[in-house]
Ligand binder design. Structure first.
Ligand code: SF4
Ligand code: SF4
Length: 75
């Protein structure tokens, strides 16, 4: 599952847009650099759950629900 943006918490800082190596937020107008601009999740299928955007979001506005199949620990 791609990240979910809590629009009430999002500051529009653009950090997630800049950090995602898979361009999940590709096409966010102004590349997330306009004050108050919210990220657009345009390529949700590209997210590989690295959690970088979640960890670096300054306001805790991003959440990822990890699919059950990905939570099974490896031996
Ligand atoms: S890093 Fe967080 S606060 Fe900044 S644009 Fe992304 S969701 Fe919004
Ligand atoms: S979890 Fe990683 S791949 Fe997925 S949107 Fe965030 S930075 Fe991109």
């Amino acid at each position: 599952m791609p990240p979910v943006v809590d629009e009430d918490k999002c500051l529009g800082c653009g950090t997630c847009v800049d950090l995602c190596t898979e361009d999940v937020f590709f096409g966010t107008p102004g590349h997330g650099k306009k004050k108050g601009e919210k990220p657009r999740i345009s390529h949700p299928q590209a997210c590989y759950h690295c959690f970088l955007c979640v960890k670096e979001c300054p306001s805790g506005a991003l959440k990822i629900i990890t699919p059950m199949a990905m939570t099974v620990p490896y031996k």
